[in-house]
Design a protein around this ligand. Structure first.
Ligand code: GRF
Length: 204
């Protein structure tokens, strides 16, 4: 059984997508064993509770507590799903190659320091880009710099506001993330590193 820990900071819709994929059998031989938030009251904690998943709040700075709870729960892989803290290098080292992040743009564009949440979509619209999307990538010690696994393309439409675009991209994030987590569980991450998958616009 592949034990997944999902780290969140907010509403947890990406967490929900993983929970649903496991419960629907899209992701097999795995379970979301642990949900960790760095923010008290994150709605994602309620989502975990509803599904009987162990959940707790740990400060992003408390490396020892994070590593201990991951070990106690025999975690095999980590998903950063809207986690707004930087994973400590000790954790990146311990779970190297088994940590996936979901970013709401087509990396390497509109990624890195300061590019998170609505800011990403504001920057995409300000740039005049005609397409954006979502990227699931492995986590290294940089910000949004790890190997790309799966991307999903979203066309920028006339009249898009950052909020409208964010909503459309978020739906694609869910599909991109499930595809990447399924590959990690099935030991296919390296295949994706060699040949990243791009999910086409049909999701729009
Ligand atoms: C979303 O805005 C997404 O772009 C990014 O962080 C946020 C998380 O959303 N990954 P949710 O908490 O998964 O709903």
């Amino acid at each position: 059984m592949f034990n997944i820990a999902v780290l969140i900071s907010g509403s947890g819709s990406n967490l929900q997508a993983i929970i649903d994929a496991v419960e629907n059998g899209i992701i097999k031989n795995a379970k979301v064993a642990l949900v960790i938030s760095n923010k008290d009251g994150a709605y994602g904690l309620e989502r975990a509770e509803k599904h009987g998943i162990k959940n707790l709040v740990i400060s992003g700075q408390n490396t020892a507590a994070l590593l201990e709870v991951l070990q106690t729960h025999k975690i095999n892989g980590i998903v950063l799903a809207g986690y707004l803290s930087i994973l400590p290098p000790e954790a990146v080292g311990e779970y190297n190659g088994k940590i996936i992040n979901i970013h709401p743009a087509l990396l390497p564009m509109f990624g890195g320091k300061g590019f998170y949440g609505i800011k990403v979509h504001q920057a995409v619209l300000a740039s005049g880009a005609t397409q954006t999307g979502a990227t699931a990538h492995l986590v290294d010690c940089g910000i949004d710099t790890g190997a790309i696994l799966v991307r999903g393309i979203v066309a920028v439409q006339t009249g898009d506001t950052p909020e409208i675009l964010q909503k459309r991209v978020l739906e694609v994030e869910h599909k991109v993330l499930v595809h990447a987590v399924k590959a990690m569980v099935e030991g296919r991450s390296n295949d994706l590193i060699k040949q990243p998958v791009t999910l086409e616009e049909r999701f729009n």
